[in-house]
Design a protein around this ligand. Structure first.
Ligand code: NAP
Length: 244
């Protein structure tokens, strides 16, 4: 049975992805920064007869990240799928932005959206290397696409959330370099845009989002299940490749 770990799996897209992968027959480790939340989700999925575990994992806390990796190493000895899903958009609720570039927003956003996936991937890479078909899925956004940000005809062109957009651009750059560095291994790395999804990411704004978390989980599941002949180092959404 393949083993997957999803960060931020207690709600939103991460929760939907946990259910989706578990129903696909994968053993899912629900990772959340609040251990009770991880255990609650794992309990609900286990009650459906699915194979799940849970682990405490705050992507901004190095001790938590390394303890989670040690726990998974002890329980399973390897990892087949890592979904770097945990992410934040604090600019959406920043009531009093002093300037368009707000250092505090960048520090907070990058700690979770950029340094988080780096820390988690670093800690779990030894376990992913033991998999016959390791897959890393970085949950990104078309809002981080430099091509969309500079294309006046793009629906994302008028959006200005500097810390969030640049954090996802950085995550995409990490996908590219990691895919190249791991090209001679069995590990494939994919950046995924889940679309605009009804979650708590930007309170007050997401009610108009067209997609449910379950619908968004489809494209993440596809990247988690890439076959050996499919390319590594791509950026995709539900319709196919997204311009970097
Ligand atoms: P969400 O409902 O707000 O969920 C975010 C998840 O990340 C929560 O489980 C949250 O945990 C977790 N998280 C935040 N900080 C964390 C930390 N330090 N350590 C561990 N977990 C942490 O938002 P979502 O829309 O599902 O977002 C999931 C991913 O999709 C994000 O990377 C986001 O950028 C991306 N995305 C979303 C959309 C969209 O339209 N919703 C579009 C494109 C990309 P807590 O419950 O403990 O806060």
């Amino acid at each position: 049975m393949r083993i997957a770990l999803i960060t931020g799996a207690n709600k939103g897209i991460g929760l939907a992805t946990a259910g989706r992968l578990a129903r696909d027959g994968v053993h899912v480790i629900v990772a959340a920064r609040k251990v009770e939340a991880a255990e609650e989700v794992a309990g609900e999925l286990a009650a459906e007869g699915l194979s799940v575990g849970s682990v405490q994992l705050d992507v901004t806390d190095p001790a938590s990240v390394s303890a989670a990796a040690a726990e998974v190493a002890e329980r399973h000895g390897q990892l087949d799928v890592l979904v770097n899903n945990a992410g934040i958009l604090p600019e959406a609720t920043n009531q009093d932005p002093k300037e368009v570039l707000d250092l505090a927003m960048f520090e907070q956003t990058y700690a979770t959206n950029v340094l988080g996936p780096v820390a988690v991937t670093e800690a779990f890479l030894p376990l992913l290397r033991k998999s016959a078909e390791g897959r890393i899925v970085n949950v990104s956004s078309a809002m981080g696409s430099l091509a969309h940000q500079t294309d006046p005809s793009s629906p994302w062109h008028s959006m200005v959330v500097p810390a969030y957009q640049s954090s996802k651009a950085a995550l995409n750059a990490i996908t590219i370099v990691l895919s190249k560095a791991l090209a001679d291994t069995a590990i494939k790395v994919t950046s995924v845009c889940p679309g605009w999804v009804q979650t708590d990411l930007a309170p007050g704004n997401m009610e108009q989002a067209p997609l449910t978390p379950d619908e968004a989980a489809e494209v993440i599941a596809r990247a988690a299940n890439l076959s050996t002949d499919e390319p590594t180092g791509t950026f995709v959404d539900a319709s196919g490749p997204v311009s970097w």
